[in-house]
Design a protein around this ligand. Sequence first.
Ligand code: PAF
Length: 281
Amino acid sequence: MKIFHNKADLKKEIAFLKAQKKTVGFVPTMGSLHKGHLSLIHLAKEQCDTVLCSIFINPTQFNDQKDYNLYPRHEENDIKLLKNENCDLLYLPLVDDIYPDGVQKKTYPLNNLGNVLEGAFRKGHFDGVIEVVKRLFDIVEPDRAYFGLKDFQQLAVVRWMVDYFGLNIEIIGGPIIRNNNGLALSSRNERLNSEQLKSALKLSKGLFYIKDNYKTETFKTLRQNVLNDLEKDPLIRIEYLELADSSNLQPIKDYSQAASPGVFLAAKVGEIRLIDNIILF
Ligand code: PAF
């Protein structure tokens, strides 16, 4: 696996590959790789000639400086995992390589997509995601780029961005990967202690309960049952548990209001903020 620390060298490599008509699949990450990321690398390997992963903890998408400072960092282990997965290229930039003119915070006209769920609770987060993904796409010019469905709204935002800038990049969503107990894999999970981990498992359990019962109960009833259960746990603080149209993330009141409704959840377990979702049909 070739490792690049600066964009000039990476661009040369990409130009060389493009001259040979090789397709480039791109998996942008913030590192602390787990099986969710590796499944995206695997998918990209199946669909593209060359696979590039980037690891960059993007300062502009954190609305909480403490969260940025505490975000897990495991570069050496990440490199090992990527080599095992036969990833071809790794881009590991420093902040200056991505933001040569200093870290800038712009805003983008996401409108309704930016005002709901994560957008409502993490002001400016998606502007930061767009900022970095656009900069990465400009460097890499991938044929396809891969994002996990755990960050469902992020995937919708990236699709919006590709449309907004008229980019010729196919955006592919990879399934949520869960541990044996149903917890959606996330780099943040490693910050959970054993008590918090037990509490965190209740989040996906709540989503599965809704999926198992939506045919016979209203969302209002199921939501209340889940909240009653989660609110008993002193380690859990729910931010939202909402039914939304998965095509645009807008809130809906009952299942029949969307062709494909999903349930979206964010909660803090101790200090650690987790998100998860389940598509009902
Ligand atoms: O999902 C992530 O890890 C990040 O939001 C991304 C897409 C790499 C942008 O920093």
